[in-house]
Design a protein. Structure first.
Length: 297
């Protein structure tokens, strides 16, 4: 049997967009034209791929199975294209990279800038995700590279050391803990907290540590980025747990204090992971090679 790669790409688009109508808008096609295309594909494979109803369309079990195979085929096709271009002396394509919020904001930008300057025809789709979701995406080939916490379930993946992340508690100027250098997270749980959005990977991680101590963390305010969190702490709204790499000299000059958290979980080794050997995207391997580990002292 032969499949049209465009049909497979449109099937993936329908799954990611949430239905045929949304996929048609994304692909600049009419809904009827895309429906006819999928109907022809269903006739070809001999089974229904979509369950169509008044509220839209969803993939059937067969459709989900074809979706998984389609992603694998398209990934291999993209890698073949990248390999051919590499033989010609060119590198072109897209790398799908998933990481936590700290890596995205502070640890990856400089390295990605160098990589993109070196490979002007390559693009990077960088997104934030939780560790479990990153590993799942790398394994099912919906991501080429992942930056995750070391020590997690990494069996079957190639792993490179990346950075060591230290979490600290930042305090407003004049806070009662300001004279200290260290603090246990449990001791800080009585304070008002400033936090990132609940979907931020680091915030989910911190909330789980609070839950392990029997406390449901209820921040006074949630914000979209670290800089906004820091400004709220500097204004006296509350305290926050952030990566030490986000604590800038300007923030310290504003009077904000950063205390080292004594909890073992507050030191996390981040690693880069991808599929092993030839299963990994050549472009992804090149990017991984340009993300050297920093000192873990």
């Amino acid at each position: 049997m032969r499949f049209d790669l465009m049909d497979l790409r449109l099937l993936v688009a329908a799954a990611e967009a949430g239905g045929i109508a949304a996929a048609a808008r994304r692909a600049n096609l009419s809904t009827s034209a895309l429906s006819e295309r999928f109907k022809a594909l269903e006739d070809y494979v001999g089974v229904a791929l979509f369950a169509r109803g008044a509220r839209g369309s969803t993939l059937t079990a067969a459709g989900e199975d074809l979706l998984a195979h389609s992603r694998a085929v398209l990934l291999q096709a993209d890698r073949l294209d990248a390999a051919v271009r590499a033989w010609r002396g060119h590198a072109r394509g897209e790398i799908r990279l998933l990481a936590n919020s700290t890596a995205i904001v502070r640890l990856l930008p400089d390295a990605l800038a160098r990589f993109l300057a070196a490979y002007p025809e390559v693009s990077v789709d960088l997104r934030e995700a939780l560790t479990a979701d990153i590993l799942r995406a790398v394994r099912d080939r919906s991501a080429d590279l992942g930056v995750v916490i070391g020590g997690t379930e990494l069996e079957g993946l190639e792993v490179l050391p990346f950075q060591r992340e230290r979490l600290v508690l930042i305090l407003p100027p004049g806070h009662r803990f300001a004279a200290r250098r260290q603090i246990a997270f449990a001791e800080a749980l009585g304070e008002a907290f400033v936090a990132l959005d609940a979907n931020a990977a680091i915030q989910t991680y911190i909330a789980r540590q609070a839950e392990a101590l029997g406390v449901a963390l209820a921040p006074r305010i949630r914000l979209r980025n670290f800089d906004a969190v820091a400004r709220m702490v500097a204004a006296g709204v509350g305290v926050a747990v952030v990566s030490a790499s986000t604590v800038t000299r300007a923030l310290r000059d504003s009077g904000v204090r950063a205390l080292e958290l004594t909890d073992a979980w507050a030191v996390r080794d981040l690693v880069i992971c991808h599929l092993p050997g030839e299963l990994a995207s050549p472009l992804a391997r090149r990017l991984a090679a340009m993300l050297p580990p920093a000192s873990t002292a």
